[in-house]
Design a protein around this ligand. Structure first.
Ligand code: SAH
Ligand code: SF4
Length: 495
């Protein structure tokens, strides 16, 4: 969600006439879009601000802005701790960034502006999308749940749903620009529709995405097990472009811990959903989030988590050490678990999960998979000469392409290829055999066009060239800024 908010921030800045700084160059404006979900995000922000201080001192015109959840939480404390920051804005008013930068410059004084409620639905703002082929689409913001460990509701507010027509219009516009894949976003994506008085709305939205010509892959994140009803499983199974993939946070496998977390499902319900999803969608890759060391977690509770991990056969998991967030109910609970015990449990969980993911990935060897080629997923691609992309089930695949396909620009990010899996590693698959098919796509065309426009601009005027707002910046195959969706309804009437 933060990544998508950052796309909106970049779009807003480009619409206001800014251009991305060239790689390695000093930027005139640096924006931190922060997360507060765990404590290390705090530490990282203040560390980064400290690193920037000398640069700022040597470039008095430079501006630093801090936005997002941590800004919403810390407000002017950010200025107390880092007085060289120019702008602080929150989660509800990111559209204000260009104005606040301008005002800070004009008044030569830092600006702190935090709103208590959503002012403009971010989906109505311009966006500079990071990819031509895959796009995030918010269907809701905020969360009405009260998980006792979680700071999100207090920083992002209650759930606000967009209207289905607005969501679908955005998806259609993205597909018209070449997107093949969309990921529907919400803190609690499958409670979508409740605020509109329509509990079946999420399943219907998935089915409606199935009718969009040219849309090849639909994903969503993150659903809450409590709201995961069978109509959603049916819609997933019966809508061919909805991918065989599910990311569904477990948090803990112990019923006692789930109760204290105020997560209203229990392990049996969670495992029941996993079973029904596997029945309906046999090759589904299921991933999850798990917290270790929640207050009062006993060795027995932890053993229950390991049990569920074994039973669910997750393809992958994000695992976290519990991090007390001031102001949340869990931060006041007794029974803090000794950090050494947390670390030891964390290691045990991570190694079990690696074992499970590895076994699941090895079982993929020999399967022919369809891969949407992407840019930036394989950090070592330029060294190893490999391409990378995602299979339909979300698995990361690296492949060594040989023969005519190996030439630069033949298989482009955004193109779709098929290959056979030759090796399963814990966190990715390798498909090093011959390519079984290669389909050039409009997303690949768009990437290529942007790259050649970028290199022309780069060769004519160098990376500092100011391009008109909304055009492609030099030097990359990145998409242009697209207009935000014009329909914003955030007032009570909209609900
Ligand atoms: N809305 C999503 C979760 C958003 S936060 C959902 O409910 O599924 C992403 C993940 O961060 C959570 O699933 C949880 O596993 C982890 N997390 C949230 N608060 C945390 C905390 N205080 N300590 C450790 N992990 C936390
Ligand atoms: Fe936080 Fe729970 Fe809402 Fe997820 S569902 S954002 S964990 S309160």
């Amino acid at each position: 969600m933060n990544v998508h908010d950052s796309e909106r921030l970049a779009g807003l800045l480009e619409s206001a006439g800014y251009v991305p700084a060239a790689q390695g160059a000093d930027a005139d404006v640096v924006v931190f879009n922060t997360c507060a979900v765990r404590e290390n995000a705090d530490n990282r922000l203040y560390g980064n601000l400290g690193h920037l201080y000398p640069t700022k001192k040597n470039n008095p015109g430079m501006q630093i802005a801090v936005g997002g959840c941590l800004a919403q939480k810390d407000r002017s404390v950010i200025l107390d701790r880092a007085p060289w920051v120019d702008v602080v804005f929150g989660t509800h008013n990111l559209h204000r960034l260009p104005v606040l930068l301008e005002r800070a410059r004009h008044n030569a004084a830092a600006q702190v502006e935090i709103a208590e409620a959503l002012e403009v639905f971010p989906s109505s703002l311009p966006a500079r999308r990071a990819s031509h082929h895959s796009a995030w689409v918010s269907i809701s913001v905020g969360c009405d749940n009260t998980c006792t460990f979680c700071i999100v509701p207090s920083l992002r507010g209650g759930e606000r749903d967009r209207r289905p027509g607005d969501v679908l219009a955005e998806v259609e516009a993205l597909v018209a620009e070449g997107a093949l894949e969309i990921t529907l976003l919400g803190q609690n994506v499958n409670s979508y529709g409740r605020s509109l008085g329509d509990p079946g709305a999420f399943a219907r939205l998935l089915r409606a995405c199935g009718n969009i010509e040219g849309l090849e892959r639909v994903r969503f994140t993150s659903p809450h097990p409590r709201d995961f009803t069978d109509d959603v499983i049916e819609a997933m199974a019966q809508t061919p472009n909805v991918c065989p993939q599910l990311h569904m946070p477990l948090q803990s496998g112990s019923d006692a811990v789930l109760r204290r977390m105020r997560r209203s499902y229990r392990r049996e319900r969670f495992l029941g959903i996993v079973e029904r999803v596997r029945e309906a969608i046999p090759h589904a890759a299921i991933t999850t989030d798990i917290i270790v060391g929640f207050p009062g977690e006993t060795e027995e509770d932890f053993a229950d988590t390991l049990d569920v991990v074994r039973a669910a056969r997750f393809a992958g998991a994000f695992t976290f050490k519990y991090s007390p967030r001031p102001g949340t109910p869990a931060a006041e609970m007794d029974g803090a678990v000794d950090p050494a015990v947390v670390s030891e449990r964390y290691e045990r969980l991570a190694s079990l999960q690696d074992e499970m993911s590895w076994a699941e990935n090895r079982a993929q060897v020999g399967r022919r998979v369809e891969i949407l080629v992407s840019e930036g997923e394989g950090r070592k691609d330029s060294e190893t000469g490999r391409l990378s992309g995602r299979a339909r089930d979300g698995r990361l695949v690296h492949l060594l392409v040989t023969g005519p396909h190996a030439q630069d620009g033949v298989v482009r990010p955004g193109d779709v290829i098929e290959a056979v899996v030759t090796r399963g590693a814990p966190h990715h698959l390798t498909a090093d055999g011959p390519l079984h098919s290669h389909r050039r796509t409009t997303a690949g065309d768009a990437w290529e066009a942007a790259r050649s426009r970028g290199s022309e601009a780069g060769s004519e005027a160098g990376p500092e060239v100011l391009s008109p707002a909304g055009s492609v910046s030099p030097g990359s195959g990145q998409p242009a800024v697209s207009l935000g969706m014009p329909t914003l309804r955030t007032g009570p009437a909209a609900r």
